[in-house]
Design a protein around this ligand. Sequence first.
Ligand SMILES: Cc1ncc(COP(=O)(O)O)c(C=O)c1O
Length: 394
Amino acid sequence: MAFDFATPVERRHPEGGYASQKWHRYGDDILPLWVADMDFRSPPAVIEALEKRIQHGVYGYGEVPASLKKALCDWSAVHYGWEIEPEWQHWLPGVVPALHFAAQALTEPGDAVLTVTPIYPPFLAVAERAGRIPQQVRLKEPAGPGEPWRLDIDALEAAITPQTRLLLWCQPHNPTGRVWYEEELEALAALVERFDLWVISDELHCDLLLDEGARHRPLAARFPALARRIITLWAPSKTFNLAGLSSACAVIPDAAVRRRFANACKGWLPDVNVLGLIGAEAAYREGESWRQALLSVLREHRATLSRFVARWPGVEMSAPQATYLAWLDLRKAGLGDSPYQALKERAGVALSDGAAFGCPGFVRLNFGTTARELEAALWRLDAVLGPTPQSDAL
Ligand SMILES: Cc1ncc(COP(=O)(O)O)c(C=O)c1O
């Protein structure tokens, strides 16, 4: 079946006024390549399932259906080689709340929460919001052009103090798009065991590995002896473009940890939206051919982006191994202290500001849009970043 990833969908002024953060935050003159939200319609099977549920007409409190839990068990077994149980699943309306509640559940005041930077910005708020001590370790910058960002295991070990209790981990990594190498994960796992840490493994982008034949292996599956220390976070939201339906799942093999997590969440969170449950199940059951088609499109877009970046003096990018986010180093692009601001003003393109990820001078670019929209934005950037800047022509 052919899926349409080419026709732009109107999200700025759609009929019915379905406002989107991505297209509205910066106004009509700006092309948005920022928040992690794609401009593609979700898989037809998801849309059909939602339409059917809408027709039911009663939208009272829902319940996580056993069939959804089974669908996720099947998806995990088939795609990750990890046999999980339905009762390990705690569905909730988002991954970010899960980060906060997991931190509350697993640590005490006076404990420290460690993460690596750059990182998806909400990670940086978790420790403080929970009243814990924040600890951050920077990843190792690429050793040369096209080289990947690497985990700095020595720095990570050096940062661990007797207070460190929890590691906030992201794989694949937002924003660098890294799929961690075996040796990085083994070194990480050894530290987790040695220092008796809990881990929240945010694997939200794990169904978007771009390299042909690449297969996600959840941290808890790769290191079964550590599984009782790990809360794994998944959601269909990035892969199938369902973020607005608010459904995510914490996978917690250990019954006692599950109870602690459930107690921390109790009373603070609404139930998962009934449509979110329907969308998630349809996506996991019937979304695979759409996902494969999406991956081909994203690979093409990654190649398009790489061709542009190669034209831009002073701009470095290590091509993402996963997801539709690219992490660009603009420190030598001559754009001043805030390349994000400069590109918004001079190119009319909104990217995500690296400063929010703990790395000023960088930007994150979302290439999960149609080829037409992506190229329009890249040409705008080219006018500022390209070999013959023409910013006054904009
Ligand atoms: C790594 C990561 N975690 C969490 C989220 C947000 O998830 P949610 O919308 O379910 O809170 C995102 C969104 O971009 C993300 O990239």
